[in-house]
Design a protein around this ligand. Structure first.
Ligand SMILES: [Zn+2]
Length: 79
């Protein structure tokens, strides 16, 4: 079962299209049912689009990734 924390764990690979098909399906199924995660993915994508650096992986430093994770985890109760 795909959980909110799994979306957070896989968001980078999802954006980069690096997920295997099974994980991709699970993630999209979850975001389809979970407004929180759908919002998270959309916000994440928009942020990258605004900066115009969607393809520049160096932009998403571990620090930014960490900050986003903390942001999302603060919204979602641990399961
Ligand atoms: Zn979720």
């Amino acid at each position: 079962m795909f959980m909110c924390k799994d979306v957070v764990e896989n968001i980078m690979e999802y954006i980069d299209n690096e997920l295997d098909l099974q994980t991709l399906k699970e993630l999209e199924k979850h975001t389809g049912d979970c407004p929180e995660c759908m919002g998270f993915v959309n916000t994440y994508k928009r942020m990258l689009e605004i900066t115009g650096k969607l393809k520049d992986k160096a932009f998403v430093t571990p620090e930014i990734r960490n900050r986003l994770r903390i942001l999302l985890e603060s919204k979602i109760k641990p399961v």
